[in-house]
Design a protein around this ligand. Structure first.
Ligand SMILES: Cc1ncc(COP(=O)(O)O)c(C=O)c1O
Length: 474
């Protein structure tokens, strides 16, 4: 950086600001004169710096108005296409690769697009840390003894308040706090199923769900998903006609691993099927607060008049998975779930619960959601551009409207597991398609990318390297 001419250093810094969403499409850059004054450089240096941004296609000049950030997305690729037939229920076997990907993703020496972890560059997270420090100083979380078996009441109240945005009206007493969303789904499945039971899941499916299916000795029937509308309700209907399914598990809002958003009429149709077959629906809404549109999507639970939907969520994607704070809105299964929670663990994470309750109540959580969602949208757009620019013809990619994961489908003959291994050898982590099905070859030519992290030249280069590795496989 030091060896670069001054105008190029300034252009790079501004480029970074645009990449990170500080300046968004349509925003005006600071004027040449005022920015030059701030940086103590001449107007001509500033003009050359902004000219360079213009050459890079990032900004445009509007006569007499100044420099404006251009709309980022310049190229588009088609959506992934999934096979539509449903196969028989299958037992999940070893998921060793999941552990390997998670370990490699956590290695700071690697550039990771692997694990679905939120970015850590938002001011709200600093505020959360200060809330922790404050609570720790106050010592209110100390004191020997167990909390209420149902968990921290202020947090339950905040969860009940937030639920209204997804169209759900419940009392705080109807909230069961859990250890993360995964812990919540596990409790639901333990309560509702026996080993050997069949449950309906999405395909491709979040690997944590497959791990649970394996651990609880269930059988999964994989219901095909659409890249933009999620689980196929038509295919679910056929599966329900054919198999004695005990529960439906779905991620209707910005699902993992594709980022699909189920339309409201599909949500209603799914619920009608559940009503008809008298089945519980476990709705994972962990990404629901991270939409890029102004209206938060409704939940399946918001249409539920019979209390059969158990909505599970957490702050793992909105704040930090290490907090371990999740919840279930279990509807008619409340008492069973409370009992299951009690026999699984009696303690609660008092400090975390207090800090998160405070964050939700007065700590700017909603503002943080707006900032994070806007940043993720920008980061998605940048990824879509990079993939369109570097990857070979025949590549498909989903365009999530929320969350921070997307699905890349390579031309059929390319093996994403081989790509994963050769990328890993170069310190780049992706989540290969084999992790997302009971059948490891089903998504062999696809992989999931997590784009939460801010873009840096290294991360951009890593995408080009991935594309280069794909080209070598051609
Ligand atoms: C769809 C989905 N559900 C649940 C989880 C797990 O959430 P938690 O970390 O809160 O247990 C994840 C994490 O990747 C996820 O993507």
């Amino acid at each position: 950086m030091k060896d670069l001419p001054l105008y190029e250093q300034i252009a790079d810094q501004m480029h970074e600001q645009i990449r990170n969403g500080v300046y968004r499409s349509g925003d005006k850059l600071p004027s040449v004169r005022s920015h030059g004054k701030t940086l103590n450089v001449s107007i001509s240096t500033m003009l050359t710096a902004y000219g360079l941004l213009e050459d890079r296609g990032l900004v445009e000049v509007k006569p007499k108005s100044g420099y404006f950030v251009k709309a980022h997305r310049t190229q588009t690729l088609p959506e992934p296409k999934f096979v539509t037939e449903t196969v028989s229920p299958t037992q999940v076997t070893s998921l060793q690769r999941v552990m390997e990907v998670l370990k490699a993703s956590a290695d700071p020496g690697n550039i990771s697009f692997g694990a679905a972890v939120p970015a850590a560059d938002f001011p709200a997270l600093t505020h959360l840390k200060s809330l922790f420090a404050q609570k720790a100083r106050q010592g209110t979380f100390m004191g020997v003894g167990y909390d209420s078996v149902h968990g921290n009441q202020p947090l339950r109240r905040e969860v009940a308040k937030k639920a209204v945005e997804g169209g759900v009206y419940i009392a705080p007493e109807e909230v069961v706090l859990t250890s993360g969303c995964q812990g919540g789904i596990a409790l639901c499945l333990r309560t509702l199923t026996q080993p050997g039971d069949i449950i309906a899941i999405e395909s491709p499916c979040y690997y944590g769900m497959l791990q649970l299916v394996e651990a609880l000795q269930l059988k999964a029937i994989e219901i095909p998903s659409d890249a933009s509308t999620g689980m196929s309700v038509e295919a679910l209907k056929l599966a329900l006609e054919q198999w004695p399914i005990k529960a439906i598990v779905c991620i209707p809002n910005y699902n993992n691993p594709v980022g699909a958003l189920m339309p409201d009429d599909h949500k209603q149709a799914l619920l009608e099927l559940a009503n008809y077959y008298d089945l519980p629906v476990i709705e994972d809404d962990i990404y629901g607060d991270l939409g890029y549109q102004s209206r938060r999507p409704r939940t399946v639970k918001s249409y539920d008049t019979q209390g059969r939907v158990l909505l599970c969520s957490s702050v793992s994607k909105t704040l930090d998975p290490q907090l371990g704070i999740g919840w279930i809105l279990p509807g008619r299964y409340l008492q069973q779930l409370q009992y299951e929670r009690f026999i699984n663990s009696v303690f609660s994470l008092r400090l975390q619960q207090q800090a998160v309750a405070e964050m939700l109540a007065h700590g700017g959580y909603d503002r943080h959601l707006r900032t994070a969602s806007e940043a993720y949208k920008q980061r998605r757009d940048h990824l879509l551009d990079l993939v369109a620019r570097h990857f070979p013809k025949g590549t498909r990619i989903s365009t999530p409207l929320g969350g921070f994961v997307t699905w890349i489908q390579l031309p059929l003959h390319i093996d994403a597991t081989r790509l994963y291994l050769s990328a890993l050898a170069k310190g780049i982590v992706i989540a290969p398609g084999e992790l997302f099905s009971t059948n490891p070859s089903k998504f062999r030519h696809s992989f999931r990318v997590s784009y939460a992290e801010p873009w840096t030249p290294e991360r951009e280069k890593a995408i080009a390297t991935l594309a280069h590795l794909v080209a070598q496989e051609q």
